[in-house]
Design a binder for this molecule. Structure first.
Ligand code: SER
Length: 311
C-alpha cells in the first residue's frame, strides 16, 4: 500500500481511517472521497465521488495513480431496510464499480463485510468463519453478495481482494448513520449528557461490538499481511466483545453510578438484531493474520466516557 483511495471517507469508519492512513503512509498518499466536500476542506487530498458513477471513480483512481482502493461507501442495515432498492443500487452498484476500477488498474482492494452477513439459520454462538449465510435483511443480502463478488474477482482475475466482517463499531469521532448497533454509541453520549438512556434494542440481545482503534488496526494489519498466509480473503470474522444493552449500562455505572437505563424497543431494528449472531468466532483471523483486539467493554467504556466528556 503506497497510494490509497478511500471511498465513503466521511462516514463512520472512513473519517478515522483516512487520518490513520495519512499518519502511517504519508499525507499525500491517501485520497479521501465522498459524495460531499468535508467540512474542513483543507484537510488533505480529497475528491468528490459518487461510487455509483463508475467512470468518475476510475478517473479519480487513475489521476492519483493509486495502488490500493478501500471501498467503504455503503448504507447501513436500518437505512437499507427503509429503502432496499437504493441500498442495492448503492451497496452493490458501488462495489461492482470499485472492483472494476481495481481490476483495470490492478490495485489491492479492501471492503468491509459485517455480522449482518449472517441470518437466523446461522449458528448464534461461536459463529464459525465458514457457515450458513442466509440473511433476511437487504443489508445482509448485499454483504453476502459482496463477499462472493470479492472472492470471484480474486479467483477469476487474481485481484488482491481482502475483507473482514465487522461487528458494531463504537467510536466518539463520527457517529454511525442508520445501523442496528448504533445504540452502543448513543448510550455513551446520553450517559454524559443525561445520565440516562432509552435503548431501542431489547435487554438480553447480544451482538458483537468493537472499538474503532481496533477496527482501524485490523484493516491495516490484514492489508499488510503476506498473501501467502491467507487461506480466507473475504471476509474474516472479527470481534472485540459480545455484549447486550444491560452490559453497556453496567459498565457505564462503574463510572457514573446514577446512570439509568430504560427500554423503548424499535421493532424494525430489534428484528434485525435478532437475526444476527450473539458472538462470532474470530479464530481464522487470529491464525491467518494475527488479529487482536486491545479493547474489551470496560477499557472501551472508560475511554469513550473520557473522550466524550472532553468534547
Ligand atoms: N453496524 C452495522 C449496522 O448496524 C453492522 O454492520 O448496520
Amino acid at each position: 500500500m503506497k497510494k490509497i483511495l478511500v471511498t465513503g471517507a466521511m462516514g463512520q469508519i472512513g473519517s478515522e481511517l483516512v487520518d490513520q492512513l495519512r499518519h502511517t503512509y504519508g499525507e499525500n498518499n491517501v485520497i479521501g472521497s465522498d459524495i460531499k466536500q468535508p467540512d474542513n476542506a483543507s484537510d488533505g487530498l480529497f475528491e468528490i465521488v459518487d461510487v455509483t458513477d463508475g467512470e468518475r471513480l476510475f478517473e479519480v483512481a487513475k489521476k492519483h495513480n493509486v495502488d490500493t482502493i478501500m471501498h467503504l461507501a455503503a448504507l447501513l442495515s436500518a437505512k437499507a431496510e427503509e429503502n432496499p432498492k437504493r441500498a442495492w443500487d448503492l451497496n452493490m452498484g458501488g462495489l461492482l464499480n470499485a472492483l472494476e476500477v481495481a481490476r483495470e488498474l490492478e490495485t489491492q482492494f479492501f471492503t468491509p463485510s459485517s455480522i449482518g452477513a449472517f441470518g437466523p439459520s446461522t449458528p448464534k454462538d461461536q459463529t464459525p468463519q465458514d457457515t450458513l449465510q442466509r440473511p433476511t435483511t437487504m443489508y445482509g443480502v448485499n454483504k453476502v453478495s459482496g463477499e462472493l463478488l470479492c472472492d470471484y474477482y480474486y479467483n477469476r482475475f487474481g485481484l488482491d481482494t481482502r475483507g473482514v466482517r465487522f461487528p458494531g463499531l463504537i467510536s466518539y469521532v463520527t457517529p454511525p448513520g442508520g445501523g442496528t448497533t448504533d445504540y452502543a454509541v448513543d448510550i455513551y453520549y446520553e450517559a454524559i449528557k443525561q445520565k440516562a438512556y432509552t435503548s431501542f434494542i431489547a435487554e438480553g440481545t447480544y451482538m458483537d461490538m468493537m472499538y474503532m482503534p481496533d477496527a482501524l488496526n485490523a484493516i491495516i494489519q490484514l492489508m499488510e499481511t503476506d498473501p501467502a498466509k491467507l487461506i480466507h480473503r473475504n471476509a474474516f470474522n472479527i470481534s472485540g466483545m459480545s455484549a447486550a444493552p444491560e452490559d453497556f449500562a453496567k459498565a457505564i455505572q462503574t463510572h457514573i453510578p446514577e446512570f439509568k437505563m430504560s427500554y423503548d424497543v424499535d421493532p424494525a431494528r430489534q428484528r434485525i438484531a435478532e437475526s444476527w449472531p450473539n458472538a462470532i468466532d474470530s479464530t481464522a483471523a487470529i491464525e491467518e493474520w494475527g488479529f487482536k483486539a486491545d479493547y474489551d467493554l470496560d477499557r472501551m467504556t472508560k475511554d469513550m466516557l473520557e473522550k466524550i466528556a472532553q468534547k
